[in-house]
Ligand binder design. Structure first.
Ligand SMILES: *[C@@H]1O[C@H](CO)[C@@H](O)[C@H](O)[C@H]1NC(C)=O
Length: 332
């Protein structure tokens, strides 16, 4: 259920002032419909180049996807039938019996316009966006505007560990935030961030208009897969490396009428507003079953994805000692 309390906590946790948050909308996805080593934005038309990603939304996505219309032919696992966008992030992994496996996702939420002022235009059809930087290996290399963050939901996360993850066990969920550009040139579909920061945004660059700002919020449940928790280096990694490589990708697949309704839904202050459309109402659960549109190519296995890239798995700082720690904890 959309909850303003949770989102306020998230804003406050991340250190932003939430007093002027505008209305926002949010769509939820229960879990990824596919893990796969493709990236139609960064490596269009190519296999074996990308690290492993977790995909949410329209299952029409393939290496070749470039338009909203293609996505709108798919089945979406978003709990809003008007949202046929595709969203993806590098897969978060933990070690199980010597191999790296995806950490279960408790919920993926796409927020729109949380803490932002009313949009001037809807998110245009065919818009593609990236937030964060897959090659960043330090906090300093991360693009500041993406405000990429990892923290324990509703509890203290302690200081970040050497890889940028919380340094002690989360009581419930490990949460990831990522902010996307909120300005667009409606002719070229180039995107950019407003000046300022969430909760206190200023103007878009010249020639651009304000569109609803997308923010990813991913909640991972570590309780079953890491029942002994951790203290020190968190026993997880992203398929791209440490928390500093945190990034997200989006190709718009909202139907045009719902994308327009989203602008209206973000016009009044401080409350959640549902976005309905010609395909149904906000919150409606998927009635179709999402599946990989191209199952004969690529892999959903982390080790195979690493081998396909022709690289050895390059551990982030601290993985070795972390593995030892996990083992010693689990023998207690
Ligand atoms: C991607 O496009 C290429 C070139 O048109 C085509 O050969 C290939 O079958 C397409 N792959 C998928 C999965 O759509």
């Amino acid at each position: 259920m959309p909850s303003i309390t949770l989102s306020r906590v998230a804003l406050l946790t991340s250190g932003f002032v939430a007093h002027l948050a505008q209305a926002y909308t949010q769509v939820d996805v229960a879990s990824p419909f596919m893990y796969k080593n493709i990236d139609p934005i960064v490596f269009p038309g190519q296999y074996d180049k990308s690290h492993l990603h977790s995909f949410f939304g329209s299952d029409a996505v393939t290496i070749n996807t470039t338009t909203s219309a293609e996505l709108q032919k798919g089945c979406t696992n978003v709990e809003n039938p008007n949202d046929l966008s595709v969203y993806w992030v590098p897969t978060l992994l933990y070690q199980k019996d010597g191999s790296w496996e995806p950490v279960p996702v408790m919920r993926f939420s796409a927020y729109y316009s949380l803490g932002d002022t009313k949009a001037e235009v809807p998110i245009p059809q065919n818009v593609k966006m990236l937030a964060g930087k897959a090659t960043a290996t330090t906090a300093a290399e991360m693009p500041a505007e993406a405000h990429a963050e990892w923290f324990c939901e509703g509890s203290s996360s302690g200081a970040a560990d050497t890889n940028g993850f919380p340094s002690s066990t989360c009581a419930t969920h490990l949460q990831q935030l990522l902010y996307f550009p909120n300005c667009v040139n409606t002719d070229t579909l180039e995107t950019a961030y407003k000046a300022g920061q969430p909760g206190n945004y200023k103007a878009c660059p010249a020639g651009m208009k304000a569109m609803p700002q997308l923010r990813f919020s991913v909640r991972y449940d570590l309780r079953k897969v890491l029942p002994n928790g951790w203290s020190g280096t968190a026993p997880v990694q992203l398929a791209c490396g440490s928390a500093y490589c945190s990034h997200g990708d989006f190709i718009n697949g909202w139907t045009e009428d719902a994308a327009q309704n989203m602008v209206e839904a973000t016009s009044s202050k401080n409350k959640f507003a549902a976005v309905d459309g010609s395909l149904g109402s906000d919150g409606e659960k998927p009635t179709c079953k999402s599946a990989d549109a191209d199952p004969d190519h690529g892999t959903s296995d982390y080790a195979e994805s690493v081998a396909a890239m022709g690289k050895r798995s390059v551990p982030a700082v601290g993985w070795v000692s972390r593995n030892r720690l996990v083992r010693s904890l689990s023998t207690k």
